[in-house]
Design a protein around this ligand. Structure first.
Ligand code: SF4
Ligand code: FES
Length: 393
């Protein structure tokens, strides 16, 4: 904590958390998508094209039951996400359940709806960490990307209050063609608001980002510049700010171990209770998603069809099947493999051993050098398309 930070004492370890029996090989974390509702319209939104309706959302008590079951199968971290989780009027009640389950709680928020009073209330209940997403830190550009006015000032306030109330703070900056030139200012913003960590993540192209791909893919040269900027900033800010940098897949030679490996470390639950091995898993065909309303989380995790579809190595084709890195990157991202090749079992095209790799890199080169088309914004509602953007800033 900063000197003089007005922190709250952490709540005592809950009786529930200290009574949990061991469960081998459970998830380390739970991503709870409390709602798909959101005041922003980011053109790279990773939520599904068909958003779930408010009247299907799990109640606070149903979330509470889910959290306790998650803790009982070994989950330690809980990400309260969305959409925008602070839209839920019962967020305090939901959080109290998470604290009772003994989970480390992270609120993943755009911050634009939070007041100082509400954030303080959440801190008092036991919120551990806040992750504030930034679309950009240049106000005109941020407003245009998110289709929301005045977000930057609001995020700055919320970030500062987060530290004032003694909670951990991460700044999350999805990176793409239309904010990439402002990366140095985004890093400065994270330092200014006293964040401990910054995630600079080149976006992936599935769900809504695929709709806007040509408006979002950066050139190889600008991507390479971000690598240099981050490397220099890591040295300059050692001990001040931790960096988590996700490279751009089209310009990679090796894929990342997406979601830490399918069914290995993360479980996501949608607003209406569908349990997913990856938050984008609904883009894949042929998977059956059990609902936490109908089946125990431990049973879903161990025996659910979707969780076993790409677990381990038996599902792999060549070149992954006989590759020495198969236990390191687990064949990369299933959602990206399907989005690009139409085959969810194919090697991730980010891998240089993929037969699609050259084409995958080439269309990024072509699209990124053409003039950027307007954004197609999404509005809350089934696959709705919103207004068109102004010219890029
Ligand atoms: Fe990873 Fe498959 Fe590429 Fe090997 S071939 S590096 S396992 S994606
Ligand atoms: Fe689904 Fe990578 S986003 S496996």
């Amino acid at each position: 904590l900063r000197d003089g930070a007005d922190a709250f004492s952490p709540p005592p370890v809950s009786a529930f958390a200290s009574s949990i029996a061991p469960f081998a090989g459970g998830p380390a974390g739970l991503l709870a998508e409390l709602t798909h509702r959101c005041p922003l319209q980011c053109p790279y939104c990773s939520n599904p094209l068909e958003l779930e309706r408010a009247n299907t959302e799990l109640s606070a008590d149903e979330w509470g039951e889910t959290f306790h079951q998650a803790a009982a199968i070994g989950a330690l971290q809980l990400h309260l996400s969305g959409g925008e989780p602070t839209i839920r009027r019962d967020l305090e009640e939901i959080l109290a359940h998470a604290v009772d389950a003994g989970l480390y709680t992270n609120l993943v928020t755009s911050a634009v709806l939070l007041t100082r009073e509400r954030l303080q209330r959440l801190a008092e209940i036991g919120l551990d960490h806040v992750q504030v997403s930034v679309q950009d830190v240049i106000p005109d550009s941020a407003d245009r990307i998110s289709a929301f006015e005045g977000g930057v000032a609001k995020k700055r306030d919320v970030a500062r209050w987060t530290r004032e109330f003694g909670m951990g703070l991460t700044i999350n900056a999805p990176m793409h063609r239309q904010n990439i030139a402002h990366l140095p200012q985004i890093i400065d913003f994270a330092v200014e608001v006293d964040a401990q960590r910054i995630e600079i993540a080149h976006i992936q192209y599935y769900a809504w980002a695929q709709v806007n791909r040509a408006a979002l893919i950066p050139t190889r040269e600008t991507f390479m510049a971000t690598v240099e900027i981050v490397e220099a900033a890591k040295k300059r800010l050692a001990g001040v700010l931790n960096f988590d940098f996700v490279i751009h897949d089209h310009y990679a030679t090796r894929p990342k171990a997406c979601t830490g490996g399918w069914g290995r470390s993360i479980m996501a639950v949608t607003p209406s209770g569908k349990a997913l091995p990856c938050h984008a898993a609904q883009t894949l065909p042929g998977l059956v998603f059990d609902n936490v309303r109908d089946r125990q989380l431990g049973d879903i995790w161990r025996n659910g069809q979707a969780f076993n579809a790409f677990r381990g190595v038996d599902w792999m084709k060549e070149p992954c099947r006989s590759c020495e890195r198969r236990d390191i990157d687990h064949g990369g991202c299933r959602c990206q493999a399907f989005a690009v090749t139409g085959d969810a079992r194919a090697v991730d095209p980010a891998c240089h051993l993929s037969p699609e790799h050259a084409r995958f890199a080439a269309f990024a080169e072509v699209e990124s050098h053409a003039p950027a088309p307007d954004f197609v914004y999404r509005r809350y509602g089934p696959a709705a398309q919103g207004a068109r953007a102004k010219e890029p800033v």
